[in-house]
Design a protein around this ligand. Sequence first.
Ligand code: 8YV
Length: 353
Amino acid sequence: ASGRTKVVVTRDLGPDVMPLLQERSELDLVVWPENRACDRGWLLEHIPGAGGVLLMLSDKVNEELLDKAGPSLKVVSTMSVGYEHVDLALLAKRNVRLGYTPDVLTDAVADISVMLAFMASRNAKGTTSLVSRGDWPNATWSPFAFCGPQLSLASSPSQTRTLTAGFLGFGRIAQATLRRLLPFGFTHALYSSNPSSTPSPSQDSAYTKDFHPIQSVRRVDYDTLAKESDVVFVLAPGGEKTYHLVNEGFLRKMKKTAVLVNTARGTLVDSDALAKALREGWIWAAGLDVVEGEPNVTPDHPLVKEPRCVVLPHIGSATFETRLGMATCAARNLLGGVLGEGMQAELDLKGRT
Ligand code: 8YV
């Protein structure tokens, strides 16, 4: 009746971004008032009649939510680059637009992918906990104590040694990760993506030029990727299509000295198989920013118990700069959608469903 459009926001976006929404008199802004994940019940209670909603990975956008929202809903704006919590087909059917936050988080997630590769290969978990326990004075030094495989050869190039980075998924974040590895002397990169699309050698030669001075960038099948990589970065989208892409068969084919890094989604890696692979030494180590079933990952979790498995609580995009960029992008997407204008980043639903 006020003539204003209701928008529902499931997190306080902070003092730099909230004013973008608060200053718009045409909006009736409803914000989840607590400093924790938004209750489903609260969201369902407040969504009816809303023109837009800004939400997070933990807020499922399904038939239940869209039915509650009703025909007024024009836009869903998610503060994430991932969108497996959103039913895309249903949005397309109901003409609801989807805003998301690509690009702004690419650097932060690529940084943490490289960080995890080195933390895992160089025993960061076992060694830092040894120091915290007070065991450094008791540790007996020997030439090979605390050693791990070296993920660089830039300063002492070898005629014989190569270093291969494998990528499951080769989008923006994977490519930014590879770019960071070039100064470390990686000689080859392999990637597997879109198993259904046909290989294109010309694409590979374009990539090889693009990632100079690497010797080659090649698209390969999963087996080759598992067998030849010194480090495998899991950087594909979540969802059913990529469920357990890294399973027992994949892990058994990996090098014993290889490192697995997952900064994408927990669902891509079979946790039980990975715990077994680490316990039995099929691979050297793992660095995980995401785990199946997160955030319910407790000290008795088999992966948390593994001394060579570094586990972070999904902090890949957690820099001040990146989160500010994501929140701003999400707020602009919400505004653009509600006012029927352009968004900073809109997912093309027709191309996806
Ligand atoms: C989370 C992420 O969104 O963007 C994604 O897809 O996984 C993360 O950046 C972030 O934790 C905020 O919810």
